[in-house]
Design a protein around this ligand. Structure first.
Ligand SMILES: [Zn+2]
Length: 427
């Protein structure tokens, strides 16, 4: 195919993306009306079957995979995933598009029904519109647009709807990778249509280290505090050292990864929780606190690595313990997510860049996420380095009240994904 023919084919794909938009909106609304809220993981079977039904209409063969053996897969809240596969005209590589069907709870502050899927002013409103049910729509209708444009691909397109991304993804993407269903042996490229803005490609994320610090004191009568040892005072000393010694160090470190927002290029630390002494505000008795707990969220950089991150915290706690008489503490790991980065100039990034230039007539921005998403599982468990996130929706709207996605964004991302697919599979 020469340059002129390739251009004409991409024009056909862009027109086909416009022709499927009404159905893409209908699918997104169908899925929004199923409140797949996590926690606890409600209506997952309904959500996943909705995805499967539309995959079948787009010519895919669907396979349903329950997370057998996982503690969170229960009779009340089954963890079910779906993978659709559509074979191309000739053998070749496999592109896997993955979206999570779970959404975070609606929370307060809505002016519309969070599960009403209302359409107004060119937007679809509802919990999960941008994060990321419209992303799943973009994947399915990109494949459908290719079919309608009469464009055959080599290899195969797979599209999955998975669960539990919002709570770590162990019964979702991690399960599919661990069981060998999606690994480097059978999958070359992965695109996750998370909402990162329609002109941005996300090439990874920082690491996460959640840890608990517990201080142990000795209980005594509150009128004679000098006879006890306050665990809360000790926690205060630790928090002060973190604020005045560790935080300034973290602010000096900056990753080379293009993390947005800009301030998240630094290593960061947040205190999630502080509790200690007597729980609750109602009835109190006069006691010195014998226990205090703080839970921390440390986001570390690829350049720092996990071992050095943990060692630094251990060292700081030891130094506080050395100068505060009687301070006893425990450090406990709660969760570790290693950072991930797509190789530079990965074909999956390049094909999306070219497609964004073609559809939106602008240069794509390459970014990394301040948080984390299922890319870690494809990379660390599935060993598929050529994984990125690209999809419709505005990142800042994720998890907010009155969440919405613009129908124009959805249409453009369908065209971008369809063109990127042909460039990847027919290279
Ligand atoms: Zn998401």
């Amino acid at each position: 195919m020469d340059v002129g023919q390739a251009r004409a084919q991409e024009d056909r794909i862009i027109r086909a993306a416009e022709s499927v938009i009404d159905e893409a909106v209908e699918f997104t609304r169908d899925l929004i009306r199923i409140p797949t809220v996590n926690p606890p993981g409600e209506f997952y079977e309904d959500g996943v079957h909705c995805v499967g039904k539309w995959l079948t209409r787009a010519g895919f063969t669907s396979e349903y995979i329950a997370a057998e053996g996982m503690a969170e897969h229960t009779a009340k809240h089954p963890r079910l995933n779906v993978i659709g596969r559509r074979e191309g005209a000739r053998p070749g590589k496999t592109l896997h598009l993955n979206g999570h069907v779970d959404v975070v709870p609606a929370g307060g502050g809505w002016t519309l029904d969070p599960f009403g899927a209302e359409v107004a002013d060119g937007r679809i409103y509802g919990r999960g519109t941008c994060d990321m049910k419209a992303g799943i729509a973009a994947a399915i209708f990109a494949a459908e647009a290719l079919r309608r444009a009469g464009v055959a691909t080599d290899g195969a397109i797979e599209i999955s709807g998975t669960v539990d991304e919002e709570s770590g993804g162990d019964a979702g993407v991690a399960y599919l990778c661990k069981t060998g269903r999606v690994t480097a042996q059978n999958t070359q490229f992965v695109i996750i249509p998370e909402p990162l803005n329609v002109d941005r490609i996300c090439v990874g994320h920082r690491g996460v280290y959640w840890f608990d610090v517990v201080t142990h004191g000795r209980i005594a009568h509150g009128s004679m505090p000098y006879l006890g040892h306050s665990a809360i005072d000790d926690m205060g000393a630790i928090l002060e050292a973190i604020r005045t010694e560790l935080q300034p160090e973290l602010l000096k470190r900056r990753t080379k990864a293009p993390v947005v927002p800009e301030l998240s290029r630094h290593a960061t630390l947040n205190v999630n929780t502080v509790s200690g002494g007597q729980v609750g505000e109602d009835v109190q008795s006069p006691c010195v606190a014998d226990r205090a707990l703080a839970i921390f969220d440390r986001r570390f950089l690829l350049e720092e690595g996990f071992d050095a991150t943990k060692a630094e915290i251990q060292k700081l706690l030891d130094s506080v313990a050395a100068r505060v008489p009687g301070l006893r503490y425990e450090l406990r790991d709660r969760m570790v997510v290693h950072p991930t980065a797509t190789p530079e100039n990965s074909p999956v990034t390049l094909s999306l860049q070219a497609a964004i230039a073609r559809v939106l007539n602008k240069e794509a921005q390459i970014i990394a996420s301040p948080g984390t998403y299922d890319q870690k599982h494809f990379d660390r468990i599935g060993h598929i380095p050529h994984t990125v996130a690209y999809g419709p929706g505005v990142l800042d709207l994720a998890h907010q009240p009155d969440e919405w996605v613009a129908i124009e964004d959805l249409k453009n991302s369908i065209a971008v994904l369809a063109i990127a697919t042909t460039r990847l599979l027919n290279a």
